[in-house]
Ligand binder design. Structure first.
Ligand code: GLN
Length: 462
């Protein structure tokens, strides 16, 4: 991965040659299966090449969200994040993902399953797997728009050695994003460097009349954010670094990355934040996420979007049931059932309402942490990207447990930055930095200091 400066391209100081990009993309896509659709104009590109995850609507591209039930759906409009990039960037394609964002390894895609650019027998992570895979593999300047509900920007970025910047909930408009769980979904950049991610976040962030959950806050010049490491105090939550699921080699590398920041002036301290641990954040996240997902998926009935059949021969219930049986994958069906169960009369208090209460405890716990620390640091994922055959052996609950380190900050709506700091088994390892609500500047500043003073891992070669 070339550590490119997209700023030059965004400011019109460098043009991208379409035919070079076309050649590069062909290799990348044949090797990695990362794109669902590609469309590169002939000749020089008008601005920065950007891509969007399949669940982000882009005029001129189909949007399936990785699901067969949306096969053929052509939104015909731009999501706000895409629209805001239009005059400075060229949309080159849509990237493969887990169906509706349900997953951690992108193996729940109804289409191509993206592969890891460091080892194609391994997962690119999920659910924004395609976005991270191409970003890490391309030499041409490029930024991918990913989406995170419970870790889908950080996880694939860590597995593929890219930089993933998940903004605070409400920082970037969700208008034009195909909903997974409305109270959790965030669009954010996956890039080749912190500088690049910050430059794109700056362009897509800010209040949007079409999404009333966007925050009415001025967007700081993220691309210029810097910090003095001497003034940065890092908290290392023991519930994350000492989580029993973390591979010892990953733990060691993440400690080394934190100590490298200490060598350049930062201070760090271990801290206990019990409510962000697995027993609280993971069940609260999954109950909330599947509850919201199950209502969102009710709109797919084979009538207004995507997959359709001739309904004349049967009643509505049969048509509805047949099309959903055919169009939804296993994991989507599981989540519809779990979500309905958690919200149904008689169980609602015990599950859904309880999950909301626990969510508040998680938020309060993070807030407590940020009273004493500028950033919290942890491994992004407990293991390096697993091989596909190992993923096959995992039970759904084991897959959910892989998200232990990412669901907490997503439940709390905290901004997150995953940095490719080292390798284990020649596979990238991510350092996960978390900051308080709307403090992306500190995250970006620390990330840039790392990138400039310590440096990242080698790019994959395809
Ligand atoms: N792996 C998590 C889930 O399946 C997160 C996915 C996401 O952020 N879209 O819900």
């Amino acid at each position: 991965m070339a550590r490119t400066e997209v700023q030059d391209v965004l400011q019109g100081e460098r043009t991208i040659d379409g035919s070079t990009l076309q050649d590069e993309l062909e290799t990348v896509d044949t090797t990695l299966d990362a794109f669902r659709t590609v469309d590169i104009p002939d000749g020089d590109l008008n601005g920065l090449p950007v891509s969007a995850k399949e669940n982000i609507c882009v005029d001129g591209f189909p949007a399936t969200a990785g699901s067969k039930i949306l096969d053929g759906y052509d939104p015909g409009f731009d999501a706000t994040a895409v629209k805001r990039l239009r005059d400075k960037a060229t949309m080159i394609g849509k990237t493969n993902q887990d169906e509706f964002g349900f997953g951690t390894f992108s193996t729940y895609s109804a289409y191509e399953i993206p592969k890891n650019p460091y080892d194609t027998d391994r997962s690119a992570g999920g659910s924004s797997g395609g976005a991270a895979a191409i970003t890490a593999a391309l030499d041409t300047p490029h930024v991918a728009l990913g989406e995170s509900t419970g870790g889908s920007i950080s996880c694939p970025s860590a597995f593929c050695g890219a930089v993933g910047l998940t903004p605070t909930y409400g920082r970037v408009s969700r208008y034009g994003l195909i909903d997974y769980a409305n109270s959790l979904d965030k669009i954010g950049p996956i890039a080749q460097s912190v500088h690049d991610a910050a430059s794109v976040l700056e362009l897509i962030a800010g209040k949007d009349e079409r999404d009333f959950t966007t925050a009415d806050r001025t967007v700081p010049p993220f691309s210029e954010a810097t910090v003095d490491l001497d003034e940065i105090h890092i908290g290392v939550p023991e519930e994350y670094i000492d989580f029993e699921g973390v591979d010892d080699r990953v733990r060691d590398k993440v400690w080394s990355a934190i100590k490298a920041l200490e060598d350049r002036g930062a201070t760090y301290e271990k801290v206990s934040l019990p409510k962000i641990a697995k027993d609280y954040a993971l069940p609260s996240y999954y109950i909330t996420a599947v509850s919201e997902a199950s209502t969102n998926l009710a709109r797919y009935a084979g009538m207004r979007y995507g997959l359709e059949e001739d309904p004349s021969h049967q009643g509505f219930d049969e048509y509805f049931s047949d099309i959903r049986t055919e169009g939804f994958g296993m994991e989507a069906k599981r989540r519809i059932l779990l979500g309905h169960f958690a919200r149904q009369a008689g169980y609602r208090e015990a599950y859904y309402i309880q999950a909301l209460k626990v969510r508040q405890l998680v938020i309060d716990e993070f807030k407590r942490g940020f009273k004493n620390f500028d950033v919290l640091a942890a491994p992004t994922m407990p293991i390096p990207a697993p091989r596909f055959d190992a993923v096959e052996d995992l039970a759904p609950t084991e897959i959910y447990a892989m998200d232990t380190l990412t669901v907490g900050p997503n439940l709390a709506g905290m901004p997150q930055l995953s940095l490719p700091v080292d390798t284990v088994e020649d596979m990238p390892i991510g350092l996960h930095l978390l900051a308080d609500h709307f403090d992306e500047e500190t995250l970006i500043g620390v990330g840039k200091a790392y990138e400039d003073q310590i440096g990242f891992i080698e790019s994959p070669s395809l």
